[in-house]
Design a protein around this ligand. Structure first.
Ligand code: NDP
Length: 450
């Protein structure tokens, strides 16, 4: 058995109860194989054995008191996966599905994603099984304060810099930051995604969605195509989906769908962005409300989201932007999209496509971007927020947006250059994984056995 396969098998044996981590491992290590077989230095330095084990993994109890005076207990996690290239960096996810497996898969992905941005950031991820949905602001605040009562010991501007992810937006980052400051008596850039009045960066809120569209643009341009006039299907209706829709409009495409955990909308005239923002960012209500204001829209309730059936992908479209959650686009969805002539898939969410769906897109040789390349705009802009905090400066919207566009183009170019080097021009999964891996692996070798 070759080196990469041996490591995959060992992990499967050791962690049979971590399917998401194993899926990410298979996708990443599987595509690193040609690079690793070519260069024995990785095996001689036990790079894979070290890469797949987090440097530190923290799990903790988060007790808090709800509005009825009842004590509730959630789990908190922070996985500090790899600090070879810089302080651990990666978001916090608050969602009932969160467990060690989910955080581990996200943290592992983050190592290579952060490497691709070319900024000095290691990989980490964290979160809790706390569900902010349906909780009052006071409950969310008490939970965040309790979460930080443990987390503050492990993080720092030069150690580990968390950000947002599913269920963690500006409100949660605010409460987390306030408690960190109270506990440490330090005002520094320990979190990103901060409010604009207190150290946040312009464009951070928009960055992941905008970046995913910039990446799609770069892929399409390589084939002599553009976004203008294209029909786009977007899933999700959170931070990533909303700003994907916004950028699609500004570059001339027509986004026609959005979804949440309860259902999806198909608005053939184009999604009403202002209404979507009002419902999801301000009122925080279900997407079913959308049809009250746009009666010509088709609303479909989710049949069985857990089994990965997402009706969004049955809408005929040119472009697809899965931007909700992991494994939301399966082989059947991929086949439907391809049959309907979809020419470009840019992953906004982390690991939204199953391994089988990914394989179908690669076989069809359409423009297909893996999350670690196409959604890296969020963490890249977090990196820009860290730079601004460190130099006590703040850049204009146009300046940050320009840097973001350059970074996304750079990621596309490095992934596609490596893909070409291996004679698989269309395969950006291979290109992105190898490009991100080379930098981390060589730096690990230079830093010795640590
Ligand atoms: P939000 O919490 O803002 O939105 C998440 C959206 O996905 C909501 O519409 C939510 O529906 C839906 N959703 C979440 N979990 C599930 C589920 N298990 N089943 C069905 N629907 C679900 O999160 P973000 O937009 O920030 O994140 C979306 C994806 O993008 C995630 O994979 C995240 O890891 C990834 N990402 C985010 C970055 C960022 O900067 N925010 C950076 C890089 C990646 P509902 O409203 O009903 O809960």
């Amino acid at each position: 058995m070759n080196y990469t396969q041996t490591i995959i098998e060992k992990m499967k044996e050791k962690y049979p109860y971590q399917p998401f981590f194993l899926q990410a491992l298979q996708e990443i290590l599987g595509s690193l194989k040609p690079e690793i077989e070519r260069n024995k230095i990785y095996e001689e330095n036990a790079i894979l054995e070290r890469l797949v084990v987090p440097e530190r993994s923290i799990a903790f109890r988060v007790p808090w008191v709800n509005d009825n005076g009842k004590i509730e207990v959630n789990m908190g996690y922070r996985i500090e996966f790899n600090s070879t290239l810089g302080p651990y960096k990666g978001g916090l996810r608050f969602h009932p599905s969160v467990n060690e497996d989910i955080i581990k898969f996200l943290g592992f992905e983050q190592i290579l994603k952060n490497s691709l941005t070319t900024l000095a950031m290691g990989g980490g991820k964290g979160g809790s099984d706390f569900d902010p949905k349906g909780k009052s602001d006071n409950e969310v605040m008490r939970f965040c304060q309790s979460f930080m009562n443990e987390l503050y010991r492990h993080i720092g501007e030069r150690t580990d810099v968390p950000a947002g992810d599913i269920g963690v937006g500006a409100r949660e980052i605010g409460y987390l930051f306030g408690q960190y400051k109270r506990l440490t008596n330090v005002f520094d850039g320990v979190l990103t995604g901060k409010g604009l009045k207190w150290g946040g960066s312009l464009v951070r809120k928009e960055a992941t969605g905008y970046g995913s569209v910039y990446f799609a643009k770069a892929m399409l341009e390589s084939k002599g195509e553009g976004l203008e006039g294209k029909i786009a299907c977007v899933s999700g209706s959170g931070n990533v989906a909303i700003y994907t829709i916004e950028k699609l409009y500004s570059l001339g495409a027509k986004p026609v769908s959005a979804s949440d955990s309860k259902g999806m909308i198909y608005d053939s005239e184009g999604v009403d962005l202002a209404l979507l923002k009002e419902l999801k960012e301000v009122q925080r209500v279900s997407l079913s409300e959308y049809i009250k204001y746009r009666p010509n829209t088709k609303y479909t309730k989710v049949q069985d989201y857990a089994k990965g059936r997402n009706e969004v992908w049955s809408i005929p479209c040119d472009l697809a932007f899965p931007s909700a959650t992991q494994n939301e686009l399966n082989a059947l969805d991929a086949k439907t999209l391809l049959d309907n002539g979809c020419m470009c898939v840019s992953e906004g969410a982390n690991m939204p496509c199953t391994l089988e769906a990914t394989e179908l897109f690669l076989q069809a040789k359409i423009c297909y971007a893996p999350a670690k390349a196409s959604n890296a705009g969020g963490v890249a802009t977090s990196g820009l927020e860290m730079s601004q905090n460190a130099s006590m400066s703040s850049w204009s919207f146009a300046e940050v947006d320009e840097k973001l566009q350059k970074i996304m183009k750079g990621i596309y170019e490095s992934a596609s250059e490596v893909a070409k080097e291996f004679g698989e021009e269309h395969n950006l999964v291979l290109g992105a994984n190898i490009a991100g891996f080379r930098k981390v692996a060589m730096a690990m070798i230079e830093q010795g056995v640590v």
